[in-house]
Design a protein around this ligand. Structure first.
Ligand SMILES: Nc1c(NC[C@H](O)[C@H](O)[C@H](O)CO)[nH]c(=O)[nH]c1=O
Ligand SMILES: CC(=O)[C@@H](O)COP(=O)(O)O
Length: 166
């Protein structure tokens, strides 16, 4: 992934960890579901492609992206969950409401990842319009869900590297 590539589905896959026994939760916002479902599909398929067992991927739905933080926190509190992926799409409206949601969720997800000492991935699109959302949910710029899943894979690998006794 890089700004030059500007493709959310292009990433370095060298040295990925064995995730066959890792358990992932994916929390999906129902707002803009025509896009969030594409993000979920991308995240799910990326996890499976790189070694996760389908039985080790659990999904939860929340009404909107603002609720992603609490929904992700509930999963992150579970000892059997190794990483949480939060997926949402917050589209710019006429007011500043999207700004408040985006900032709250970005900070909230950061906080719960640290609080629960495990990866909680910010897989939230914050486009100005639906076209930009479509481009980043399997369109011209890849799929944010792919990126979020790959980020989760790499972070669980880093956690094992740091904490699992050799
Ligand atoms: N406008 C969008 C929302 N709004 C709903 C909020 O996320 C939240 O559910 C509500 O404020 C009640 O707490 N949510 C999105 O995910 N995307 C939007 O574009
Ligand atoms: C980001 C949203 O919540 C959005 O639906 C709000 O739209 P608006 O700012 O036009 O009320």
């Amino acid at each position: 992934m890089s700004s030059a590539d500007k493709n959310l589905s292009v990433f370095n896959t060298a040295g990925l960890p064995d995730i066959s026994n890792k358990k992932f939760a994916i929390v999906v916002a129902e707002w803009n579901s025509e896009i969030t479902e594409k993000l979920f599909e991308g995240a799910y398929q990326t996890l499976v492609t790189y070694g996760a067992s389908e039985s080790n991927i659990e999904r939860g739905n929340v009404p909107g992206s603002f609720e992603l933080t609490l929904g992700a926190h509930w999963f992150a509190q579970r000892a059997d969950i190794d990483a949480v992926i939060a997926l949402g799409v917050v589209i710019q409206g006429e007011t500043k409401h999207n700004d408040y949601i985006n900032h709250a969720v970005a900070q909230g997800i950061t906080n719960i990842s640290i609080q629960n000492n495990k990866p909680v991935i910010f897989g939230v699109l914050t486009p100005n319009n639906m076209e930009q959302a479509i481009d980043r949910a399997g369109g011209a710029f890849g799929n944010k869900g792919d990126e979020a899943a790959m980020t989760a894979i790499k972070m669980v690998g880093l956690k094992d590297q740091v904490f699992v006794r050799k």
